[in-house]
Structures are given as C-alpha cells and as structure tokens.
Ligand binder design. Structure first.
Ligand code: CTP
Length: 505
C-alpha cells in the first residue's frame, strides 16, 4: 500500500523543481521518492506547509490532499498558473471534488477573451465581463489603446480578477503570456464594442496591436458587438467590412437602433448587455461536444533520462503535435489526460496535465490514467535509460570518459495496446528516416496499435519536423493508407480528431 501519493504531491506543488527546492535535494532523489511512492519523514512538515500555502487541505498523517480552497472570483481560469495543481489532480481520486466545484455550471468553466474597443460604449464591456462570470465563464480582458481612454485596465482587471492586457509590445506581458497563447487559450473571443476602426482593421487582416493580432491568430470562434455612430455604421466601407467579417464566420451581435451618445438616432447602438451575454452563452453551449463521455490519454513531448544529477539523455520533441491533439480532443468534449515530458509549451485548456520526466514515469502515469477509450502516443520516448544509481555528479578523471550502460525503457504504446484494460482505439506515431510506409506498417504490427501516423523525420526540402509548426503524415488505419500533406500541426490534430470522432460516431 502506498505511503504517499508522490506524483500528486509533485503536481500540486507545481512540479518536480518545486519539490527539489523545498527539500534541497537533486532530481534523482525525487525519482527515488517517486519509485518508492514515499517521501522521507523530514519532508512531511515542509511539504504539508507548502501544500497548505497553495490552498490545499492536507491530511498531515499521509499527506493526502483532500480539498482546495476555491478562489473568491469564479473567473479564475482552469489554466491559471496558480491553479495548476488544481487542474493537474482534477481527475485523480483526491481531486475530483475540486473539479466538481469548478464545473458547477453548464458551461464547464468556458473561457472568453474579451477585447474592449475604444468607443463611448467601452464602459458597457465591464458589465458584460461581470455578467459572463455570473454564468461561470472565466473572462480575460484585452484593451485597445483607445479603449483605455474610456475605461482603465485596472477596472477591467478588478472585474475579471485577472490581468488586463493592453499592449502587444509589452515585454512583461509577452514573457507572462505570449499573444499567440492568449489567442489560443480561449473558447471564444468577444469584441465589445467593435468600433468601425477595429472592424476595418480586422477585415483587412492588420495585426498592428494586441487586439488585432489576437483576432488574426485565434482559432476560437469570434463574436463582435458593433457600436458606432449611425452614419459610420451605414457607410459603405463599414458595411463592406461587416460583410467580410460575417463571411469569415464572425458572429455579429447587433448593433441596435435608437438614440446615441452623440445625440443622433439610428442604427449603431451597442446591443444590451443581456443580449450580448445570452448570445455568448448560447454559442458556448453549442460547442461541438461529439467526444463527450470519452476519455483519451495523450502522451506528448520528450522523455529525459538522467545520466547523473545534472546530465541526461533525451529525444528531440517540442510537444507541439501531442499538445495540439490533446487540445483538439478536449475541445470536442473528451476528458483528456495529457501525460507530457518537459516542454516549453503551456498545456491546453480543459485537460488533466500530468508532468513527467522519464519514460518510466510516463509509463506509470499512463497506466494510472486507465481506463480510457482512446490512447494516442505522440511522445518521443527515449529508448533507453541509464542503468544503476544516477544520483550524484559524475566527475571527470584520468581514466577517460565513463562507460554508461543503457537499459531499454518500457514501450508505452505496446503496453497500452496489450493491456487488459486496453483502450478501444490505440494510436501511435512512427518517426522514420526511410521506407516510411513499410517501416510504419511493421511498427504498427509490432506494437499492436490500431492506427499509426507515420512521418518522415526529415522532409523533402531537408527541413526537420522537430520544433516545426507543420507536419505531414501517412495514416495507416485498417487496410488503408492515407497521405496527409504538410499542414499546421493544429490542422493535423483537427484532422485526426475528425477521424476519431467518425470512429466513435
Ligand atoms: N513509444 C512508446 N514507448 C517507447 C517508445 C516509443 O510509447 N518506449 C511510442 C511513441 O510514442 C510512438 C511509437 O511508439 O507512438 C513509435 O515511436 P518511434 O520512436 O518511432 O519508434 P521506436 O519504438 O522508438 O522504434 P525505432 O526507434 O526503432 O524506430
């Protein structure tokens, strides 16, 4: 029987580095704790205190996490770094009550990025932000420069309980949350008020400030609530821009007819707050949830295998493809456990993220996540780990370089395929440098998975697939082999999610 659930404790503390720093120990000590599933007695006091400081309720006898303080503002998003521990354990046995607290509304903590345009109606965006949170929707605010002439970023930040982003070129903001991430980590982008200027810049694909950059970079649905003087609204330029935006799939809310702030009458008033909020809630409720009720395990990123406490062996992998697949499945309503080696990417919204380092940790995390309906092994798992004790630092001496004995790592894909709780659909990747189709077919048979996505590690133009934003693959499923051309990794993830959806449909 386990003494401590070390993986959950690490997750709740925010990662292995935090536990190392807390106990002043090296990486190998933490590996040992994980292997034994037990922390040393001297760790109990500091770990208990650190968990409590992060808002967890802890049973001090066994360090079991039995709850977490719910933040005051319902707007705290599930991927808020301060809540990382919450989400990471959310689907685990000890964290389920927490998740229920957060998913108390029908929208399941949907997230809206609210872009406030610079018009006299900007102050009404604050009411929209507040009312969205009444529906348990987390709101992150972005303001154009001219919007901050009408309302202050501080008001928006206070109302949403989160930083309000204002300037594309703020290095601090970029370091905290790059504009592409801001654009991607949301379920919906809402523009209130959409001014004539903002609509024109969006229609023309400009990206000259944070708001327009987000509108160009986002893959989430966009809704706009226009508001402007009636003559500006009626102008053919605005009407053409409006038509372009609608044709591109942007949902328009209003504008309404009536008296305006400038004293004129006509069409151009911002829709009432309730109308905007209802439209957003309806849009979010209609999100594509075809994979609801299905659990998917996705492995992503590299694994790293310690040689000693400072050196390691690793495979090349950015995690972009695996993370994109996890995001695509979660967006379709699947419960996703993303088991990821160290990557510099944020994990996507609405997934249970389990951070691991070595192949053996990845294996354990995948097995612990069973049962599942779908398993997708996109991780670049290191084939070997170093035999013996890897604690301490190897010193150079005159006898020459050390001899390192390697031991084969467990094959996670093959183990999942052969497991008695085998997921109904098991999908692997095959990174090949030659004979792509034949090698991938042999790998599929050897590993016992259902489908395999085979990609050439070097493309025809000589570029590498690693760290690239695009990917092309052969999909071997049943007796068929489909050639998927080079496309953004996000698009490849969507295509795979389409296939998975059709399989379960
Ligand atoms: N894989 C795994 N566990 C391992 C090795 C690989 O789960 N220990 C998975 C990968 O995530 C991928 C598939 O197996 O889905 C194939 O990985 P790849 O590196 O192409 O193949 P290897 O098994 O390492 O074989 P080889 O290096 O000989 O091509």
């Amino acid at each position: 029987m386990k003494k401590h659930d070390v993986q959950t404790i690490i997750t709740a503390l925010g990662g292995r580095a935090q536990l190392q720093a807390l106990l002043s120990v090296g990486a190998s000590a933490v590996s040992n704790y994980l292997a034994r599933d037990e922390l040393p007695q001297r760790a109990v006091g500091p770990v208990c205190a650190a968990l409590r400081a992060r808002g967890f309720t802890v049973d001090p006898t066994c360090l079991e996490i039995i709850g977490q303080r719910v933040p005051a503002a319902a707007s705290v998003p599930l991927d808020n770094p301060h809540m990382a521990g919450n989400r990471q354990i959310a689907n685990g046995a000890t964290g389920s009550a927490l998740l229920d607290t957060h998913r108390s509304s029908g929208t399941g903590q949907a997230r809206v990025l609210l872009i406030v345009g610079g018009g006299i109606a900007a102050y009404k965006a604050l009411g929209v932000a507040r009312r969205l949170q009444d529906h348990d929707i987390a709101v992150t605010g972005v303001m154009t420069r001219s919007a901050s002439e009408f309302v202050t970023p501080l008001s928006l930040a206070a109302l949403t309980g989160q930083k309000a982003y204002t300037d594309l070129f703020s290095l601090t903001d970029e370091a905290e949350m790059g504009h592409i991430q801001l654009a991607r980590q949301t379920d919906l982008v809402l523009v209130v008020p959409a001014t004539a200027n903002l609509m024109a810049r969006t229609a023309n694909g400009l990206a000259d400030d944070l708001a327009t950059t987000i509108l160009l970079a986002t893959t989430a649905p966009v809704m706009m609530a226009p508001a402007m003087n009636q003559a500006m609204w009626g102008h053919p330029a605005t009407q053409e821009n409006h038509a372009v935006l609608v044709a591109r799939g942007i949902d328009m809310i209003g504008p309404d007819d009536g008296g305006m702030a400038c004293g004129e009458e006509g069409t151009g008033r911002l829709s009432p707050t309730d109308g905007i909020v209802d439209a957003v809630v309806a849009k979010l409720a209609g999100r594509h949830k075809a994979l609801a009720g299905h659990h998917a395990i996705v492995t992503s990123g590299p694994t790293i295998e310690p040689i000693d406490s400072v050196r390691f062996i690793a495979n090349r992998s950015s995690g972009k493809q695996g993370h994109a697949i996890a995001a695509a499945l979660a967006a379709r309503g699947a419960k996703v456990t993303l088991v990821s080696g160290p990557v510099s990417l944020p994990h996507p919204p609405h997934v249970t993220h389990v951070a691991v380092e070595s192949a053996r940790e990845m294996m354990d995390a995948c097995m612990a996540a069973l049962p599942a309906d779908i398993a997708i092994c996109a991780a670049a798992v290191a084939d070997w780990h170093v035999a013996g004790d890897t604690s301490g630092k190897l010193k150079k001496d005159h006898a020459g370089p050390p001899r390192i004995e390697l031991v084969e790592n467990p094959d996670i894909l093959a183990s999942l395929s052969a497991h008695k709780k085998r997921p109904q659909l098991v999908i692997g990747f095959a990174a090949e440098s030659e004979n792509l189709q034949a090698n991938a077919a042999a790998k599929r048979a050897r590993k016992g998975c259902d489908w395999i996505l085979a990609n050439a590690v070097t493309r025809a133009d000589g570029s590498s697939v690693f760290d690239s934003d695009s990917n092309g693959a052969l999909l071997l499923a049943g007796n068929s082999c489909e050639d998927w051309p080079q496309m953004p990794k996000i698009a490849l993830a969507e295509r795979l999610a389409d296939r998975i959806e059709a399989h379960f449909g």
